[in-house]
Design a protein around this ligand. Sequence first.
Ligand code: MSP
Length: 514
Amino acid sequence: MKKFYITTPIYYASGNLHIGHLYTTTIAWAFKNYKKLMGYDVRFLTGSDEHGQKIEQKAKEHNLEPQVFVDSVVDKFKQMWLDFDIDYDFFSRTSNPKHKKLVQEIFSHFLKQGYIYKGNYEGWYSIQDEEFLTETQAVKKDGKLYHPSSNHELTKVSEESYFFKMNDFSDWLKDYIKNNHNFLFPKKIENEMLFNFINKGLEDLSITRTNINWGIKINEDTKHTLYVWLDALCNYITMLDFDINNPTSSELFNDFWNDENTEVVHILGKEISRFHMIYWPIFLKALNIKQPTRIQSHGWIITPEGKMSKSKGNIIDPYNLISKYHPEMIKYFFVSQFPLGDDLVFDENRFIDVINSDLVNNFGNLVSRVLKMILQNFKKSLKYQKTTDTNNQEIELEIKKSMQLFTNYFNDFKVDLAFNVAIELGNKLNKYIDITKPWTLTNELDKLEQILVRLLNGIYAFACYLQILLPNKIKEVAKVLKINNFTFSEIQNFNKFDNLLPEGQYLFFNRIKK
Ligand code: MSP
């Protein structure tokens, strides 16, 4: 069985999650669902990034010990995934003792291998982004320095630090990227990585901080805590029990990372591309383990008023959305409407239009119309037969073709185009009804039967695609159609309804009123 491992970033346990985090997690979850349907053995990781100065400060603001504080935040994360019906296999926490131990050993290994040296860090740091910056990277305003993309204020840091020799790996990484076109996506971010960082020669990276208590202390020098990004990135392998002192000892790691047939995919927002596309591959190279198959960044959710920020007051709370809409509507909207990599505007008006058009009208009405016609005209199941009618033949072809197109796009991470194929199939099925006018055929039941059974097969394919994003609602449809589940391999078999008489009535979703 082929294996697939997909991850989201582990989110800072510093506050509530917003729809940006929901967006990333939904994308990864959709791929998890898709690959499962394609027969892969799948593992899906999400989690929380719990160390560092920002979280230490937040805990203090709440008058809580950091561990108590992050525990309460993590409870909320898990509740949110439950409320959105996002199921995962691993919830990775960087404060878990196993992770801490394995990362300490990774640090020791790097030190022993000579990839690390001790020095002094003199420069700037963004606590909010947990990112080191040089003065030239920063934006200057009123005598202060700010992060160039997040605009967070930078603080001056001058402390002893261990450095990782990133620059020793610049040429290796450049070649690896050149020889592996399916590694970094989207291409505009790959170019940014190459031209802004890698081609210029990488700077060695400070990977420990002093004066920070809330972090993983290194065994060799306990006043140093690990830089949160080294700590956090390693979660992707420590959750699989990767042990540098015994690299082949973990079955999970062997199966879901190391096996040459295993596909490993990281999904993340564009602002953390540098960490995932430069530092992470280099750390893996230094650990002498396989690279992920694909590192895919995506754009930001912005609102019609621009980027979400506390100061603008335009942060969209996912709970506000599920108080009004079914969570599967929201997940459908996120994945089906936007190319991965582009920024997307979350506009509630557009959201309502899309749901009404795709799910209420296109799919929902199709299902209820077809079931009603079956109920009104047949007491027994409909048997598929080949016919010479060109409309019948054309729609069969469209149904079959849609599967190839849908899977090609999905395999290529073009999720918006994949769902467009599903919607186009729905349009064609609705048009087929308009052309064949089944309501005029109540005295020609043989003809009517052949039309309706094709429509049932079309609905089957459409539902098969939609179940990736709407698994609960599509389970209801399966029940109504009296089938166990929707599988890709059955799409081409038009006889599957031969012995089934679907229920007569079903309403998928009510129209959303504006
Ligand atoms: N803890 C690090 C990640 C470590 S992974 C080894 C981190 N956490 S975070 O809480 O800041 O989450 C960042 C992620 O949240 C982004 O990569 C993205 O997935 C998501 N988003 C946050 N804001 C977003 C938008 N406005 N739009 C889309 N996604 C955004 O960085």
